[in-house]
Design a protein around this ligand. Sequence first.
Ligand SMILES: Cc1cc2nc3c(=O)[nH]c(=O)nc-3n(C[C@H](O)[C@H](O)[C@H](O)COP(=O)(O)OP(=O)(O)OC[C@H]3O[C@@H](n4cnc5c(N)ncnc54)[C@H](O)[C@@H]3O)c2cc1C
Length: 319
Amino acid sequence: MSTFTQEMLDSMKLVEATRAERLHKELPRFSAEEKDQLLKEFHPDYSAKGFTVLSTGPNKGSKVPNELAVLLEGKSRLEGVQVDLERIYYDVDVLVIEWLSHLGVLFDKEADGTMVTTHGGGTSRKRMHACKDVTGAEIMRVLRDEVQNLGIPVLDYAPAIELIKDADGKAAGAVLLDLDSNELLVVRAKTVILATGGAGRLHYQGFPTSNHYGATADGLVLAYRAGARLIYADAIQYHPTGVAFPAQIYGALVTEKVRSVGAQLVNSKGVAFMNPLETRDVAAHPRMHGPRQRRQGPGRCRPVARHAHDRYAARRRDH
Ligand SMILES: Cc1cc2nc3c(=O)[nH]c(=O)nc-3n(C[C@H](O)[C@H](O)[C@H](O)COP(=O)(O)OP(=O)(O)OC[C@H]3O[C@@H](n4cnc5c(N)ncnc54)[C@H](O)[C@@H]3O)c2cc1C
């Protein structure tokens, strides 16, 4: 017995019925003015109630998402704690990563050895690279090896909770919290690079995320507390495509690559309502598609197309 609901089965039939016609049609991309209008009307970054004007720090007077404002205006994890900055746990330089391919990342290549490139949303030139469907894992495999080969110490389960500044006000290290022992570790560094990822796990305006659980804007907060001015803190990227069914993987991200190799954005009646290679901001919010959808026929939007999935699978077999 199928686990799809009757509504889904009906919709699949409609999507299949329009497939042959859709295959040979390309919808035009939005003009800059059309995009502006859609974003202002529907994109969460433009919703006034999702934002707070900061009352303190280098960005005082600018708006940031409410969830981030709570952290940027919050107290230090080290409030009231004495840290012995003379007891240095690690003394380090800095790692500079070379060209990943040179290090050994197995990017997809053509038969003649040139890189396979594909379009991404909004790109005018093909400039996306991939390692089959395991790009992130492949990059991490090589980086991990390189870090180990160079003998660089890695501290797991020990997030940085505050930056340390020298007498000139320059970043000179960080205080880490060892989550196993609850001990505070002082690391002195000649150079500090913050690469703590995004803010998806703060769930701005209640949006779901497929980001890892460490994506809590730590770098923004650490830098802000140390006096850095943030740029673009009032914007976040919403990814347009995710899994709706089955429930076990609801919300999991469907990579943009499926759109770059031909997946179309169709509503539940099988009507393609926008060019699949629109930028993520425009493609992201289903409510944005309202006006155009109403022109093209009713139904909720559904960013899937099975033929493209088949083509994607075929391509994967090729490389
Ligand atoms: C499901 C999914 C699919 C994606 N697919 C693609 C794709 O196909 N192609 C593509 O180009 N991009 C893709 N992306 C986006 C891409 O993964 C991110 O843009 C990229 O990983 C960001 O790298 P980063 O190093 O800035 O941050 P992250 O990869 O998030 O790394 C940040 C690291 O910092 C650590 N950290 C956080 N806070 C602290 C702290 N206080 N102290 C110490 N360490 C800390 C975290 O544990 C983490 O290890 C995808 C993202 C998702 C979620």
